[in-house]
Design a protein around this ligand. Structure first.
Ligand SMILES: O=C(O)c1cc(=O)[nH]c(=O)n1[C@@H]1O[C@H](COP(=O)(O)O)[C@@H](O)[C@H]1O
Length: 245
């Protein structure tokens, strides 16, 4: 396999947004070896329970546990401590919870993993959801300024709190790279190949564009998991990713 294809695979995270362990494991079986990591989000975690993470880890795959924790620092810290033992590779919190909340999560993950003598998951923050456009941001939510500037400010806050990266739209990759440097992880959902349906996503880009701008990882859900043949769709996404490398 050429280097570009291997790099594309390492950078592709597939969102297992399904209801059952059986459906999730069927997708993992179909896609394992084609993608670098699988994402367990609220839908699967709340339907299948925490064991889904342990089961996936037993199959030797990397897991991004996307529960987007957001509460007062003590509550988030205690929740993060409980999650630390599941063995996920990445966990996330909302940056809008502030730096005390993010630090509480980071410390709790270290503590929880330390007790079990396992590596702590990477901790990253979610900035402004990719389903939010400038109209919703300024109008409904009533936040001042440009989405890009807020995402950059929250990425800096995240870095300052000791976290390893952010989730954001690929449209903010450049501004975050400039502010936070090359080592900072930038994970981008809102990926839509030209042949896929946009749906509820607003700040989107193609796989080639996101990779070309320097995303650390791309998160892709429905364009792959909702396709008639997910293995074929993942292959097409990977080819597009290699075009941006
Ligand atoms: O944290 C996330 O993963 C996330 C943040 C964000 O801003 N936007 C976003 O779409 N996501 C997740 O990324 C996945 C995108 O899925 P698709 O829109 O189906 O490709 C979903 O599982 C979302 O929960």
């Amino acid at each position: 396999m050429d280097n570009k294809m291997q790099l594309a695979k390492d950078k592709l995270i597939v969102a297992l947004d399904v209801d059952t362990i059986e459906r999730a494991e069927a997708l993992v079986k179909q896609l394992n070896g084609t993608v670098g990591m699988f994402k367990v989000g609220m839908q699967l975690f709340y339907s299948a329970g925490p064991d889904i993470v342990r089961r996936l880890k037993e199959q030797g795959v990397k897991v991004f546990l996307d529960l987007k924790l957001h509460d007062i620092p003590n509550t988030v810290g205690q929740a993060a401590k409980a999650l630390a033992g599941l063995g996920a590779d990445i966990i996330n919190v909302h940056a809008s919870g502030g730096s005390a909340m993010m630090r509480a999560a980071a410390e709790a993950l270290q503590e929880g993993a330390g007790v079990l003598n396992i590596p702590a998951p990477k901790l990253i923050s979610v900035t402004i959801l990719t389903s939010i456009d400038q109209n919703t941001f300024s109008g409904e939510i009533g936040l001042p300024g440009d989405i890009k500037d807020k995402v950059r400010d929250w990425a800096l806050l995240t870095k300052g709190a000791g976290l390893q990266g952010v989730v954001c739209s690929p449209r903010e990759i450049e501004i975050i790279r400039e502010a936070c440097g090359q080592e900072f992880e930038i994970i981008t959902p809102g990926i839509r190949p030209s042949w896929s349906v946009t749906g509820d996503q607003k700040r989107i880009m193609t796989p080639a564009e996101a990779i070309g701008l320097g995303a650390s990882y791309l998160v892709v859900g429905r364009p792959i998991t909702g396709a008639a043949d997910p293995f074929d769709a993942a292959g097409r996404v990977l080819v597009e990713m290699t075009e941006g490398i």
